[in-house]
Design a protein around this ligand. Structure first.
Ligand SMILES: Nc1ncnc2c1ncn2[C@@H]1O[C@H](COP(=O)(O)OP(=O)(O)O)[C@@H](O)[C@H]1O
Ligand SMILES: [Mg+2]
Length: 435
């Protein structure tokens, strides 16, 4: 007979092994740091200006950040902060190097979501966050997945569950319940309804007192913050079901959206959500808060199948919310039914010479038309390799692998990011103006 006791013992054994495996991949004591970027990368891959033009500018204006020269030669290497200062101060052919950012709007929010584990969600979220930061945007990523792949990749391994999306949900339940209790109720009917009560097990956690900034963690990238996840947050789904039972009028799916609304509009430019491989309380919060829905999918038949059932179940879940909460949902920045500014399907792990992949790409395009992004993300060894070191192709130094391998991988993510950026910039028009 195997009960929860034996399962717990098995897990304890496994955890010990997990720690060992992690130490083989990277040292947990070692803080993640960000490398410098060479003048070749900064000019041609980041600013997209001629390398000699760029060098000429640096010579002409000695007050500009000059980077550091490494022993191996002529290249100068720049930190992310130096790159951002150069971007602010340099103009090329009177063209500003700053990325487009509409004034008087909040940050654009994009959810990377699908059912299937291994679809490439976390890889896409990580690479888009890094590409956007190198493009000059201030980025916030929210890790909704208790597997915490994205949090680990961004160097956060020691996270308390109260400071994850679960904490945001519980905090919201407390605030919303207080708000509902304070609002005049049953005035029309003349009767007073009993106050909604939260059990002390929830009140006593102190989550109601947490401030907005308590959830925001810095990363090795100075312009990327993260709301991390951790394995202990896996009980969110279970806990959220209980919370709903305690207060059935609580619009549980809007908790993260309300939280993000409270962040100053100009604190970030882009907010990226990495979703768990399921439709549940967490992914509904991600999807509801998102302006843009990005659905990565592998190029195989089963992935096509699973993507189809994902959008079917999502449609059903969003329909249920509209029907169930129309009456009680607090009016404000968000409305029901939930509407996205855009929805895109992005093929990942694509092999251009693979006939099955070509056929599946044609099928996706035929069915979803313009909703399929122009460029798929290619299957590359560089991603596997950088992933093994818990990083992105942007983070890995190109001198650590064949230059061509690195270029191909980076090029694939660069074009996919360019598509993503144009989707976001267009979607911004549909975001309400700040007051
Ligand atoms: N373009 C790619 N080329 C090669 N390997 C990839 C690529 N995208 C993802 N992978 C690998 O596939 C695995 C699953 O990807 P991941 O992003 O974690 O999926 P998900 O978040 O959807 O579960 C990871 O090991 C990752 O390194
Ligand atoms: Mg993932």
């Amino acid at each position: 007979m195997i009960t929860h006791t034996e399962l717990a013992a098995l897990q304890a054994q496994s955890l010990k092994m997990q720690g060992w495996i992690r130490r083989q991949t990277f040292s947990p004591e070692l803080e993640k740091t960000l490398r410098r970027f060479s003048s070749w990368e900064v000019s041609e891959l980041i600013f997209r200006v001629n390398q000699s033009t760029f060098r000429g500018r640096l010579v002409a204006d000695p007050s500009l950040p000059a980077g550091e020269v490494e022993e191996d030669g002529r290249q100068r290497w720049f930190s992310l902060d130096e790159i951002n200062e150069l971007r602010r101060r340099m103009k090329v052919n009177r063209r500003s190097l700053m990325p487009p950012r509409p004034k008087g709007k909040r940050a654009l929010r994009a959810a990377i979501a699908n059912f299937k584990g291994g679809a490439g969600k976390s890889t896409v979220a990580l690479h888009f966050a890094h590409a956007a930061a190198l493009d000059g945007y201030r980025v916030l990523v929210v890790d909704f997945d208790p597997q915490a792949t994205l949090s680990h990749s961004m160097g956060l391994t020691d996270v308390g569950e109260e400071l994850t999306v679960w904490g945001i949900l519980a905090r919201d339940l407390i605030h919303e319940t207080d708000r509902m209790n304070a609002a005049p109720r049953g005035a029309e009917s003349g009767s007073t309804l009993p106050q909604r009560r939260l059990p002390s097990s929830i009140r006593d956690l102190g989550l109601g007192d947490l401030r907005i900034n308590d959830f925001l963690r810095t990363t090795a990238w100075s312009t990327i913050d993260i709301i991390p996840s951790c394995a202990n947050a896996a009980f969110v789904e279970f806990a959220s079901a209980q919370y709903r039972h305690i207060n059935p009028e609580w619009s549980f799916f809007a908790a993260v959206s309300r939280y993000l609304d409270a962040i100053p509009d100009d604190a970030y430019d882009v907010i990226i959500f990495d979703c768990p491989p399921a439709i549940g309380y967490q992914s509904m919060n991600a999807v509801f808060a998102a302006d843009v829905l990005y659905i990565p999918s592998g190029p195989g038949y089963w992935e096509y199948d699973s993507t189809t059932s994902f959008i079917g179940q999502l449609a059903e879940a969003l329909g249920d919310l509209s029907a169930g909460f129309q009456e009680t949902f607090p009016t404000g920045k968000i409305a029901l039914p939930k509407a996205f500014a855009d929805v895109k399907f992005l093929l990942t792990r694509f092999e251009p010479s693979n006939e099955l992949h070509q056929t599946m790409q044609a099928a996706f395009q035929k069915v979803f038309g313009d909703h399929v992004t122009k460029n798929p993300i290619e299957m590359t060894r560089a991603v596997e390799q950088s992933g093994r070191f818990l990083g992105s192709v942007y983070e890995i130094d190109y001198r650590e692998m064949t230059r061509e391998t690195w270029r191909r991988a980076r090029g694939s993510f660069d074009t996919a990011y360019a598509d993503f950026k144009s989707v976001c910039v267009k979607a911004w028009d549909q975001v309400e103006d700040s007051e």
